[in-house]
Write a protein that binds this ligand. Structure first.
Ligand SMILES: [Zn+2]
Length: 220
């Protein structure tokens, strides 16, 4: 074990200078008693990466439309990408700025955006693009945003349950449209449903508090 002559203390671990006074240590360094802990990610950096990825995804979807898919009929999956990204950001910004009632805000946002798209679709001679593409992508975007929110912010276990239930609801709503036969293409709703279930499973496997709390509330 290393020793500091000035402080008359023994120092454990790989220090070369005394952690108290900074004087050089004498003697053999020992193994560090603490495990190596990975640095926690910085919230700011995560948001910056997310922002750059969002811009890249929107630009990619716009350029793919320009190059390949310029049919005027219907609004396809590629044309709804920006809507999903914008929804995701609105929910994340809402969560970062105002931590309460994020779940309620998300529900309002999804319902208002969905109704606007349905109305627009109706006005332009119902081609069902709103329920086929726009609503699933808005649901998927907000489910992803809730997952980001749960990972980035310190959230109470009670709120965890609300957010996780909401993720499931957002994933399953488009599946209901699919079941009622309101959509012209099954792929977007199915992807949204699968995404919702995956996020919920991730939540349950990676948040032991949540499992414990659910078991307690459901008397399991
Ligand atoms: Zn010292």
């Amino acid at each position: 074990m290393s020793r500091c002559a000035a402080c008359a203390v023994a120092v454990e671990g790989g220090w070369t200078a005394c952690p108290l006074c900074g004087a050089p240590l004498s003697g053999e360094a020992t193994a560090d008693p603490f495990p190596a802990v990975a640095l926690r990610f910085s919230r700011r950096r995560v948001l910056r990466v997310l922002f750059l990825v969002s811009i890249a995804v929107i630009l990619a979807s716009l350029s793919v439309q320009l190059l390949f898919d310029r049919r005027p009929a219907g609004i396809g999956a590629l044309r709804s990408v920006w809507l999903g990204v914008v929804t995701m950001w609105l929910v994340v910004v809402m969560a970062v700025r105002k931590r309460h009632n994020v779940a309620k805000g998300t529900v309002y946002l999804v319902v208002i955006a969905g109704l606007l798209c349905v109305y627009w679709d109706y006005l332009t001679g119902w081609r069902a693009w709103s329920l086929t593409y726009a609503v699933p992508i808005v649901c998927a975007g907000s489910a992803v945003a809730l997952m980001i929110t749960v990972r980035l912010l310190q959230i109470e276990v009670g709120e965890h349950i609300v957010y996780t239930s909401l993720m499931l609801l957002l994933g399953l709503a488009p599946i209901a449209f699919l079941a009622f036969g309101w959509v012209t293409n099954a792929v977007p709703s199915s992807i949204c449903g699968a995404l919702g279930c995956t996020l919920v499973l991730l939540q349950l496997t990676r948040a032991p508090d949540l499992r414990h709390e659910l078991a307690k509330r459901l008397h399991l």
